[in-house]
Design a protein. Structure first.
Length: 257
């Protein structure tokens, strides 16, 4: 534990609807978070939704990033698809390009990249997938920050490649003793209670460590906290988490500031 002043970013994945279908309350979430990860059309999102989200984020002073995932609208990008490393590299590059174009169109260029869902989980646990994502980021724009899941292959590799990283933990997800997210099919994998999520986040940020389901602590840098926008009561969770952090003397601001 430390009594030194701390700061942390609060982020959310958004723009994940498609066409007439909406997912989450982007406008409300953008009143709370300090960075937003914008879906790029593969697991969710389309040009209209993306442009709207980028414009809203610009109005609210919220930093934005690309949120590439597997091309899996039906499964919301949460199913593993056996692409080759080369295919993953190109599908991520493609989505970063889409985010760059729409964010430039909205006058609010992206500053980071965060992999979504099953792809994101693989970057933590599969070195080959992590390298594919990192190669795509470096090839398209090496100035983009890699927002990575804490304790994974992607951060280690990205740092070795000279890329800038920010380490992320999740407010609304439980962790195994190995530091991985508990699979969504398991009971307790998603934390729905705002007060529980907020108290847990404050403990983790203060400790500089992940708290697992058995009460184990795993040390890690914590630069950003994610609240999923598609979680029930997501806006309440995000607001409760932010209020709790600030009440504990932890500043909430984007990781680039």
């Amino acid at each position: 534990m430390t009594d030194e002043p701390l700061s942390v970013d609060l982020n959310s994945d958004m723009a994940e609807g498609f066409g007439a279908y909406r997912m989450g309350d982007d406008e409300a979430i953008l009143r709370v978070v300090t960075s937003a990860n914008i879906a790029c059309g593969f697991h969710g999102g389309d040009p209209e939704i993306m442009a709207t989200a980028f414009a809203l984020a610009r109005e609210r002073g919220v930093a934005v990033g690309a949120h590439p995932g597997f091309p899996d609208l039906w499964g919301f990008g949460r199913r593993n698809i056996p692409f080759s490393a080369g295919e993953i590299e190109r599908l991520v590059a493609y989505q970063i390009g889409a985010a760059q174009a729409l964010s430039a169109y909205a006058g609010h260029p992206i500053t980071h990249v965060k992999a979504h869902g099953a792809l994101g989980n693989l970057t933590q646990q599969d070195a080959e997938v992590a390298m594919a994502v990192n190669r795509a980021i470096k090839a398209v724009d090496p100035k983009l920050v890699c927002l990575v899941i804490a304790l994974g292959h992607q951060q280690r590799q990205a740092n070795a490649m000279g890329l800038t990283t920010a380490s992320e933990i999740f407010a609304d997800r439980a962790y195994t003793d190995e530091g991985h997210l508990v699979h969504r099919s398991q009971p307790g994998a998603v934390i729905h209670d705002p007060s529980e999520a907020a108290a847990r986040v404050v403990r983790m940020v203060r400790a500089g460590a992940i708290e697992t389901v058995t009460g184990k602590w795993i040390d890690t840098p914590i630069d950003s906290i994610c609240v999923h926008s598609d979680t029930p009561a997501a806006v309440t969770i995000a607001r409760t988490v932010r209020d709790a952090l600030e009440a504990d003397g932890i500043a909430v601001r984007n990781f680039l500031k």
